[in-house]
Design a protein around this ligand. Structure first.
Ligand code: GNR
Ligand code: NI
Length: 171
């Protein structure tokens, strides 16, 4: 397993649309292992493959990471097959938008179809933080960041600050 560098906005790679996976191979399981290790190291509660530069429809999540037992979850080619009409609001952060957080509204509950770590088709219902996090990660697969849900004024302010911070880090 290896920790990989996480890309940060406004890196144009983060805008790429990720491709479906044809088969869950050992190589892709190795990528999922690296993603999980990278996510725990960051630390974060979710990571999409594009955040480590791989434009593939793969997510890893662990929304229970503060408890003693880690509970990693892997989602390949996820599809939302139902979303509740009622929304919930969470303060979201993103490892690709370091140091910023903002409230985003999303469907409060979803039903998801996906392939698991073994390539087996699964369905699950998610609500609460898990539902929010899955939708945040699925946005990454479409090249969308949580700041794209904010007003242009807020997003531009954040992007300008990210550019300034990365210039300072390079000095
Ligand atoms: O670590 C993360 N925390 C988080 C908090 C609220 C809503 C979404 C997230 S996902 C984020 C990790 C990340 O950037 N995943 O893409
Ligand atoms: Ni993110």
């Amino acid at each position: 397993m290896a920790i990989r560098p996480i890309l940060t906005a406004p890196n144009p790679i983060l805008k790429q649309v990720s491709k479906p996976v044809e088969a869950v191979t050992d190589d892709l399981r190795a990528l999922m292992d690296d993603m999980l290790e990278t996510m725990y190291d960051a630390p974060g509660i979710g990571l999409a493959a594009i955040q480590v530069g791989e434009p593939l429809q793969i997510l890893v999540l662990d929304v229970a990471h503060d408890e003693d037992e880690p509970k990693p979850q892997y989602f390949v080619n996820p599809e939302i097959i139902w979303a509740s009409e009622d929304l919930s609001t969470y303060e979201e952060g993103c490892l690709s938008v370091p140091e910023f957080a903002a409230e985003v509204d999303r469907p409060a509950a979803i039903r998801l179809r996906y392939l698991d770590y073994d390539g087996k088709e699964q369905e699950m219902h998610a609500d609460g933080l898990l539902a929010t996090c899955i939708q945040h990660e699925m946005d990454h697969l479409k090249g969308v960041l949580f700041i794209d849900h904010l007003s242009n004024v807020k997003r531009n302010m954040i992007v300008r600050k990210l550019i300034k911070a990365s210039k300072q880090a390079a000095e």
